[in-house]
Design a protein around this ligand. Structure first.
Ligand code: FAD
Length: 287
C-alpha cells in the first residue's frame, strides 16, 4: 500500500485527482478501524495531517467560523466553546481523550455515519461544507445536503473536504446524546438545538435515528412560531412536549443492536423536550 504525504493543499488535491484509489486519512480513528478489520484495502493512503491549510480555523467578517477539516475535537472544545457551543458540547461526548485529540470534524463528515456526533450541531447551526477539486475548484454544500445515504456523502471521487463554515452562535445551543454509558459510546440517538433569537428561528439536528443525520423542519417552524420571543416567559411544558413529538416524528429509525426504533423515537422526544427547555432557560437568563 502506498503512503502519500502531501505538505500543501494544492499537492493534496493533485494527489486526490491522480490516485482515485487513495483513501484520505486525517486522525485515522475511523480509517484505521476499517484497515485493521480488513474492511478496506485501498491502493494508497493519502495522509492529510501535514497539510497546514486544513489545520486552522478563522472567523469571517460576518462572524462565520471557517473550521479547517483537520481541526480536532480537542481543539474545538478548547478554542471554540464560546463561538460554537453546540459543536463543542458534541465534541466533549466523542470517544475518549485520545480519540478527541486525533479525531477531526472533517473525518466525521468524511465517514458520514448516521451516528456521527458532529453532524446534529452542524445541521442545527445551518453549516456549509467546503469541498474542492483540481478540476472544478471550490464549492460549498449545505450540510443538510451533504449526507446522501448511510455512510455516504456528496463528495465526488476527486474532491476533498477543505473546511466547514459554521455561523457563530447567535443564541443558546444544546446537544444531547443517549448511550449505554457516558464515554466511548456510539449514540443510540442524539439531538442538537440552536436558538436564533436574532431572526426568531430554531435549528435542529437528529442523529442515529434515520439513514442520515437530518433536521426536523416541521418541529423547527412550530417552535419558532409558538415561542414568545419578546416577553420570554418560562417554556410551557405542553409546548416543549409537542416540540419533542414533532422531532420524533421527523426521524425514521431502525431496530439494531444499539436500540429499537421505538426506543429511539421515544428518546428523541425526551431529548428534544429537554434541549428546548434548557436552551430557552439560557435565553431567558441572558435577557
Ligand atoms: C474508540 C472510538 C470511539 C469513537 N467514538 C465516537 C463518538 O463518540 N462519536 C463519533 O461521532 N465518532 C466516534 N468515533 C469515530 C471517529 O472518531 C470520528 O468519526 C472522527 O470524527 C473521525 O475523524 P478522523 O480525523 O479520525 O477521520 P479518519 O479516520 O482519518 O477519516 C474518516 C473518513 O473521512 C475521510 N476523510 C478524512 N478527512 C477528509 C478530508 N479532508 N476530505 C475528504 N475525506 C476525508 C477518510 O477518507 C475516511 O473515509 C470513534 C472512533 C473510535 C475508534
Amino acid at each position: 500500500m502506498d503512503f502519500l504525504q502531501p505538505s500543501s493543499w494544492d499537492d493534496a488535491l493533485a494527489a486526490r485527482a491522480e490516485r482515485p484509489d487513495a483513501l484520505p486519512i486525517a486522525g485515522g480513528t475511523d480509517v484505521m478501524v476499517e484497515l485493521n478489520f480488513d474492511r478496506r484495502r485501498p491502493g494508497a493512503l493519502l495522509d492529510l495531517t501535514r497539510v497546514p491549510e486544513l489545520a486552522g480555523w478563522s472567523v469571517a467578517p460576518d462572524g462565520t467560523v471557517r473550521l479547517g477539516a483537520g481541526v480536532s475535537y480537542g481543539r474545538v472544545i478548547g478554542e471554540l466553546g464560546d463561538r460554537l457551543p453546540g459543536l463543542a458540547m458534541a465534541a466533549r461526548t466523542v470517544g475518549s481523550p485520545q480519540i478527541r485529540v486525533r479525531g477531526t470534524v472533517g473525518g466525521n463528515l468524511g465517514s458520514a455515519s448516521p451516528a456521527g456526533d458532529a453532524h446534529p450541531p452542524l445541521l442545527a447551526a445551518r453549516a456549509e461544507v467546503e469541498v474542492a477539486s483540481v478540476a472544478r475548484g471550490t464549492r460549498r454544500v449545505p450540510v443538510a445536503d451533504f449526507f446522501t445515504g448511510v455512510k455516504r456523502n456528496a463528495l465526488a471521487p476527486d474532491e476533498l473536504i477543505a473546511a466547514v463554515h459554521v455561523p457563530t452562535a447567535a443564541g443558546p445551543q444544546q446537544f444531547c446524546k443517549i448511550g449505554t454509558r457516558n464515554a466511548m459510546v456510539i449514540s443510540v440517538s442524539a439531538f442538537a438545538l440552536a436558538l436564533h433569537p436574532d431572526r426568531r428561528a430554531v435549528g435542529t439536528g437528529i442523529g442515529s435515528a434515520a439513514p442520515t443525520p437530518r433536521r426536523a423542519p416541521d418541529a423547527e417552524e412550530f417552535l419558532a412560531g409558538e415561542l414568545d420571543w419578546d416577553r420570554r416567559p418560562a417554556l410551557p411544558e405542553g409546548l416543549a412536549r409537542a416540540f419533542g413529538e414533532r422531532v420524533a416524528a421527523a426521524a425514521s429509525p431502525i431496530d439494531d443492536v444499539r436500540g429499537t426504533a421505538a426506543y429511539r423515537r421515544h428518546s428523541l422526544a425526551v431529548l428534544a423536550r429537554r434541549a428546548a427547555t434548557w436552551a430557552w432557560d439560557d435565553l431567558r437568563r441572558a435577557a
